[in-house]
Design a protein around this ligand. Structure first.
Ligand code: OAD
Length: 232
């Protein structure tokens, strides 16, 4: 079975109603990134950070996967599909995708501040300041903040280098190391990039750029691949 590896970003969830990060003057839901998505912000004002992620998490209970997420599930009928997502939402899982790797963490989880291996799934949307891990330390959102290491990047690179087809959907490719994954595909692997604002990727061979929204274009690409049509 051919392996398709898919890198997704905020754009695939945009049509489900989750705003992308770079669509509002550098503000993320009216907050500066430095105030809510860095370790320094957490040290300065954990209450604000917890509240920010509580609001993002609450929204997850109101949104549904769109046709883009669903089409990727369909693809599993004919291919070995692996999703690498930069998104912290759970819309790929909700749609039914079996193999989803989260590069930047998961909104529905929290983890210990003294032991990274202690990760818990929250019951409901609300994390409270004062919620502790089993070792007695404050829990923090299970999110990779700006400036923090990305522990899943090595397995993501390995997966990418094994792709027979690589598809990138809805990401500005601004944030590294995730944005560098595309340079780990084999030279013979076709690469599709679906994003209305996609820019040319210098140095990526066999690249097909499709400047259209994911909700309508991903299902068409999936049909094309499922029908075994030639990759152009
Ligand atoms: P961005 O907000 O940087 O980019 C979103 C991309 O989605 C843009 O290129 C848009 O053109 C595209 N887009 C918008 N609507 C779309 C649609 N309907 N269909 C397809 N594409 C669409 O989001 P990411 O690239 O995901 O990190 O951002 C990467 C990381 O930076 C995030 O994971 C987050 C962020 O700040 C952390 O939280 C660590």
């Amino acid at each position: 079975m051919q392996r398709i590896v898919i890198l997704t970003g905020a754009g695939i969830s945009a049509e489900s109603g989750i705003r992308t990060f770079r669509d509002s003057n550098g503000l993320w839901e009216e907050h500066r990134i430095e105030d809510v998505a860095t370790f320094e912000a957490w040290q300065r004002n954990p209450r604000l950070v917890i509240d920010f992620y509580n609001q993002r998490r609450k929204q997850l209970y109101e949104v549904k996967p769109n046709a883009g997420h669903k089409a990727l599930v369909e693809l599993e009928k004919a291919f070995d599909v692996r999703i690498i997502t930069q998104n912290v939402d759970d819309l790929h899982e909700k749609a039914g995708s079996k193999h989803v790797m989260h590069l930047h963490g998961e909104l529905k989880k929290v983890r210990s501040t003294v032991d990274d291996s202690l990760i818990y799934t929250l019951n409901g949307w609300e994390q409270k300041l004062g919620d502790l891990c089993e070792k007695g330390s404050q829990l923090r959102p299970h999110i990779v903040w700006f400036g923090e290491a990305v522990p899943m990047i090595e397995p993501a690179m390995a997966l990418t280098s094994e792709a027979d087809i690589f598809i990138v959907i809805g990401t500005s490719l601004n944030v590294y190391p995730a944005a560098g994954l595309v340079y780990h595909v084999k030279k013979t692997t076709p690469v599709f990039l679906i994003d209305p604002q996609a820019e040319m990727l210098a140095g990526v061979k066999n690249l097909k750029i499709i400047r259209e929204p994911a909700g309508t274009r991903v299902p068409k690409l999936v049909k094309h691949l499922m029908d075994g049509q030639p990759i152009v």
